[in-house]
Write a protein that binds this ligand. Sequence first.
Ligand code: S3P
Length: 174
Amino acid sequence: SSLPAQIRRIVLIGFMGAGKSTVGAHLAARLGWPFEDADRFIEARAGCSIGALFRRDGEAAFRRLEVESIAALLERSPLVLATGGGALESPLTREALNRLSDTCIVFLDAPLDVLIARCLEQPGAAERPVLAEREQLEQRFTGRLPLYREAHLIVPTLELEPDALAESILEELR
Ligand code: S3P
């Protein structure tokens, strides 16, 4: 869809390993806007890691907290927000995002194999509850792609470094 005229928020969406948190921090630094990472916000509210929350209370409990947290964060502006890879599975979150006429939604795109490789390289790999099973991962990925592709901007992440990506996103918004 077409870009909002006046942008007060940038919301990054995409699968695990897409670089939402890293690129988000660069975007925020360039704009001088606050940056929030929905997963970190959830961890602060839950008082434990996402991995521990999944193990302790299950995925459904995590998803409820995720919907509430994103709704609370979207009250803020200006804001750059990195969401978790499953955030758009909630119709409530999709509706909340669609209602915001001053918010640009950016999909950071990469092939699944690249995403998995990036996640496995990161120190917190064992703590990513969704990373465990290849088949389940593929199902989540293909199920989510059409939701991600509704974004205002689709950005391939293969070639550029995070700060260059942030710069090219801001170019598109100008
Ligand atoms: C999830 C992705 C994670 C985190 C949780 C579930 C998913 O976020 O929200 O582990 O369902 O894809 P990142 O995309 O930031 O890794």
